[in-house]
Write a protein that binds this ligand. Structure first.
Ligand code: J2J
Length: 546
């Protein structure tokens, strides 16, 4: 149980031993389980990629492809422990590439298709990535030139692999080669990948997950959601996000020997025909998308009758909306409250209807430790609101290469400070009441205000700025930037502020929805900007809790 990587804190020996003894950590690896499934049922369909032309890969094909790709990566000098930034849309290649990396013990760093130069440049330099995998174009964006720019200024980055026409880079299709014996077998307690945190700081933090801990979360999720070999799971959200990856997600479906159907875009016009044609049984979505599906379900000409279970999570799902989903889609609802750092809660298939529509569920594991505390870290009385702290067999003990931040984000005894405000019902179900962390949850997409504030502060006319979330009927929250201009400075337009953020090259969902110019921010006792004050200013009577 000795930590194999000095880059991230790991579980103390006695915890690791307990999790093994309990049968949570079973010594499996991602590369290993795929090989086993391929041996057990080689001809079952593992992956369906419907666009632009329908492709399907059986378990044998996926396994062989991953092995050949792994050999090709190894032949190009990608070694165990190396980081590889993967930025691919929902395509079969995404799955092929990450299993290839798992097999050689290289760590995928999961970027989202929406990420741009600022984020990608940071991931590549901070992780000292040796390779970056991209599509040539996606959603109208030219990834080739972004890759060229990032490669030029990132000395570690030796390879850019491209799905499609490679330009000056290397076509991914040229990488695979015949495997020549196994050079390295990743160990179950090795890191498997780096996942992105929603973040509350100026730069995103990276989440180190091991084979052992993540596979346990898959097994637990599968059991709770009833995922098995007959499951046909539709990946609606970006496949790199923790929710569609593991709750129970495409990795859960593959672990169970089911079929993963990749959806290029989550709107009903694209997804409903796919549900019908591929006989999809299960999917997961964020609340704004669930609203759209709920609206579109009743009048649709498409047969959605195969759909058995829809998971909704990532942001607070209103009780009123939750009540409408089952009748509109003719399926069951499960709420999920999870985080890429670990802890995932689900309502249960045998929970009564009221519990399913009013709570965000119970932890996966009996060994998930939950504390609900006040500002002084003292437990609040049973049923009261408080800060959620957690530790357990699949919750990290620290971010990757972030010792200073870790000392604040974790307690001394290893509990992760989720930043969420919750209460517990008598059955132990959690209800998410709000958030204490400085983060905006824009319909499930997380925005760290500090990241955007730093960009806007760079403008010579700007004296100060505060980015806050304001209530929004559809997204739950959207972003508003309060800007104080320098005295005598050139006046700025709201559009110019948005353009400034866009031109710095960040994901579009981080560009402020609204910009307002003010003379001063509300101050708290200690002279720090009061974000709470700003929120209630922005939406009188509809403050975003807490
Ligand atoms: C309120 N807030 C929620 C919910 C997450 C499954 C599902 C979601 C995520 C995810 C995930 C919420 N109600 N139902 O990784 O495996 C907010 C909380 C939480 C943060 C985590 C998964 N579900 N949230 O959303 O890492 O504030 O993971 O701490 O992106 O989303 O965000 P993220």
């Amino acid at each position: 149980t000795t930590p194999r990587t000095p880059d991230a804190p790991t579980w103390p020996r006695e915890f690791a031993e307990r999790y093994r003894a309990a049968g949570h950590w079973r010594g499996e690896t991602f590369g290993g389980f795929l090989r086993e499934r391929a041996a057990a049922h080689p001809d079952r369909v593992a992956v369906v990629d419907p666009a632009p032309e329908r492709r399907e890969w059986t378990y044998r094909e996926l396994d062989e492809r991953a092995s050949r790709m792994a050999a090709g990566f190894a032949a190009r000098g990608i070694s165990p422990g190396d980081r590889v930034v993967v930025q691919l849309p929902n395509t079969a290649e995404f799955i092929e590439v990450v299993f290839a990396l798992f097999r050689i013990g290289a760590l995928p760093v999961y970027a989202l298709p929406a990420h741009r130069e600022t984020e990608i440049g940071y991931f590549c330099s901070f992780t000292e990535a040796v390779a970056y995998v991209i599509p040539d174009r996606h959603a109208g964006f030219d990834h080739l030139s972004l890759a060229s720019k990032v490669k030029e200024r990132t000395p570690s980055l030796r390879h850019v692999f491209v799905v499609g026409s490679p330009g000056e880079h290397t076509a991914l299709s040229e990488v695979p080669c015949a495997p020549s014996g196994v050079a390295y077998e990743p160990q179950p307690h090795d890191l498997a990948f780096l996942q992105l945190s929603g973040g509350t700081t100026g730069v995103p933090k990276l989440i180190p997950r091991t084979h052992d801990d993540y596979i346990y979360s898959l097994r637990g999720s599968n059991e709770i959601c009833g995922v098995d070999g007959d499951t046909r799971f539709l990946v609606l959200l970006p496949a790199a996000h923790n929710f569609p990856m593991s709750s129970p997600g495409w990795l859960g479906a593959l672990y169970a020997g089911g079929t993963v159907v990749l959806c290029p875009s989550p709107d009903p016009a694209t997804a409903f025909p796919l549900v019908e044609r591929e006989r999809v049984t299960m999917t997961g979505m964020v609340p704004p998308l669930a609203l759209v599906w709920t609206e579109a379900g009743p009048g649709t000409e498409h047969d959605l009758s195969s759909l058995d279970l829809v998971l909704v999570g990532g942001a607070k799902y209103s009780e009123a909306a939750a009540r409408r989903l089952e009748p509109a889609l003719g399926c069951r609802l499960m709420q999920v409250f999870g985080m890429a750092e670990g802890l995932v809660n689900y309502t249960r298939l045998d929970d009564d209807h009221e519990t399913v529509v009013t709570t965000q569920g119970l932890p996966i594991s009996g060994d998930d430790e939950i504390r609900v505390v006040d500002d002084a870290d003292e437990d609040v009385p049973e049923g009261d609101f408080g800060h959620l702290l957690t530790r357990g067999p699949y919750t990290i003990r620290g971010y990757w290469r972030a010792p200073e931040h870790n000392s604040k984000a974790f307690t001394e005894d290893g509990f992760y400070r989720t930043g969420d405000i919750v209460r517990r019902t008598p059955t132990g179900h959690l209800v998410v009441e709000g958030r204490a962390k400085d983060q905006i949850n824009r319909g499930g997409e997380k925005v760290a205000p500090e990241e955007i504030e730093n960009i806007i502060l760079g403008h010579p006319s700007v004296h100060d700025v505060s980015v806050v979330g304001v209530a929004d009927e559809y997204l739950g929250e959207r972003t508003l930037a309060y800007v104080i201009l320098r005295e005598g400075a050139e006046p700025l337009k709201a559009l110019a502020v948005k353009r400034l953020v866009r031109e710095r090259g960040v994901a579009a969902y981080k560009i402020p929805d609204l910009v307002e110019f003010v003379d001063a921010f509300p101050q708290t006792g200690i002279g720090k900007v009061s974000k709470k004050g700003l929120r209630s200013d922005a939406a009188p009577g509809r403050t975003v809790p807490p």
